[in-house]
Ligand binder design. Structure first.
Ligand code: ATP
Ligand code: MG
Length: 443
């Protein structure tokens, strides 16, 4: 196994001082899969204070923040390495993280508290691989299986349910049957888990290559973490454009969207408003007028509960709010959207629409999809041409307007009006032209 010099150095220091030391967890899993892993976890029999002492005596910089939980962070060449004392978790309360951590001297106990067999292996050059639970076999067969009894393990820490779904979605593994049954039996326990931790796993799951299958098979879990999606599970859409019900459409569109956290999250929530606004006409066709605005409001509640950053909140809810406004490809005025939402949001909105279309009736959307692709090309051309789409691109600024006699709020309003004219190619973005135009008009 390739181990970089800095990690070797840390391991040799601890081992020279009589302690056991192993590489563990995700690093071993990824290494056995032939993937590189940035995140290196080192486990040792040395107590945190002992680890710290040995490292500092050898001029290694140490960050103490995790010491209470048994983790010392060594920093070599600006790279942090987490070194955790072998441990056995104490009592679990309310299906959450343990209150106390017992340090143990045996790697076996440390490995038994880990979540899945593929994450419960260790390695060092002296002992080779330590694989007590068939992790290598499960890796080979692409199986996610808890270490020990799955009901007990999910009761101890229900976040493991989300981690199982996340690993299955990212790695394309199958969740072993007993583990799967236990997930479905214990999913309600996720209600005891901090929403931020669920959200972290949810977004990692959403950007997985195999997300469709997971969202399809584990809707019970989805219903626990986002109950607002439950009404979509059986919401039919009788309408020639659709071949799936609302949830089916949602999860196909997620899988079609680029593997970006925000886009996939926006896709996952984009039609959450449909059940609330559904109407059926005399021809038995279903309609979902205003579902985007209603959906954006529901998404706000969901995202607040997850305590997401304001960047995620703003972007996801804006994308949902506008997703229906660009349904009519013929009416899309690319520059106007660019001017209204900016480069990043507009590009995302169009990407979202493309994924949304792909999850419609394939017999109906071919032409629309082509037109949308044309609009997307247009968007990139406009962006690279540097044409004026925002106020700061204008050939005039606030000072020019002050010189013309405008004051206070008027200045911003006039600049917006000029921008709209420029964006619509009604006047040229040239200082003289704009000033002449303003002097000679009511603008
Ligand atoms: P990645 O870093 O790619 O997200 P990982 O497996 O390294 O995956 P981490 O969250 O970094 O995941 O955790 C490191 C290791 O700690 C895991 O491989 C696993 O052995 C153990 N672990 C993490 N979370 C839990 C948990 N909730 N219950 C039991 N063991 C866990
Ligand atoms: Mg990790």
């Amino acid at each position: 196994m390739y181990i970089c010099d800095d990690v070797k150095f840390i391991m040799e220091l601890l081992s020279k001082n009589g302690f056991k030391v192993y590489l563990v967890g995700g690093f071993i899993r990824d290494e056995l899969m032939g993937k590189s892993c940035e995140d290196i976890d080192i486990a040792t029999s040395a107590l945190p204070e002992q680890t710290e002492k040995i490292l500092t005596e050898n001029s290694v910089k140490v960050i103490e923040t995790g010491i209470k939980h048994g983790t010392v962070t060594a920093v070599i060449n600006h790279t942090p390495y987490e070194i955790t004392t072998f441990r056995k978790d104490g009592d679990y309360k309310d299906c959450r993280r343990p209150e106390s951590v017992d340090f143990v001297t045996d790697i076996k106990e440390d490995l038994s508290r880990r979540d899945f067999t593929i994450n419960a292996m260790a390695y060092n050059s002296e002992d080779g691989y330590i694989d007590l639970f068939g992790g290598r076999e499960d890796l080979k067969n692409k199986i996610i299986r808890t270490v020990g009894n799955p009901d007990e393990r999910f009761s101890e820490d229900a976040l493991r349910i989300m981690r199982a779904l996340r690993f299955a979605s990212v790695l394309g593994f199958t969740i072993e049957e007993n583990t799967k049954d236990a997930i479905l039996r214990n999913s309600e326990k996720l209600k005891n888990i901090a929403s931020e931790r669920i959200f972290t796993e949810l977004t990692k799951m959403l950007v997985g290559d195999y997300v469709f299958r997971i969202l399809d098979e584990y809707r019970e879990v989805i219903g626990v973490i986002i109950p607002e999606l439950i009404p979509t599970f059986n919401c039919e859409q009788n309408n020639p454009w659709h071949i799936y019900n609302v949830y089916g459409h949602i999860i196909h569109s997620v899988a079609f969207a680029p593997k970006d956290k925000i886009l996939r999250l926006a896709m996952f929530l984009h039609d959450i408003g449909k059940p609330q606004v559904k109407t059926t006409d005399e021809n038995h066709r279903d309609h979902f007028k205003t579902h985007a605005a209603v959906g954006a409001e529901i998404a706000k509640t969901v995202l607040k509960r997850f305590k997401v950053s304001s960047e995620i909140y703003d972007k996801v809810t804006t994308l949902i709010y506008y997703h229906q406004s660009i349904e009519n490809v013929d009416a899309i005025r690319v520059k106007r959207w660019l001017s209204k939402l900016g480069e990043d949001y507009t590009r995302s909105l169009f990407q979202m629409r493309a994924a949304d279309l792909m999850a419609h009736n394939p017999e109906k959307v071919g032409e629309e999809a082509e037109k949308l692709a044309e609009r997307q090309r247009e968007l990139e051309e406009i962006i690279s041409s540097g044409e004026a789409v925002k106020r700061s691109d204008l050939a005039v600024d606030g000072n020019d307007l002050i010189a013309l006699g405008y004051r206070g709020r008027e200045i911003g309003e006039k600049l917006n009006e000029i921008l709209n004219l420029v964006v619509d190619n009604k006047i040229e973005n040239n200082k003289d032209t704009i000033i002449r135009f303003m002097k000679g008009s009511e603008l």
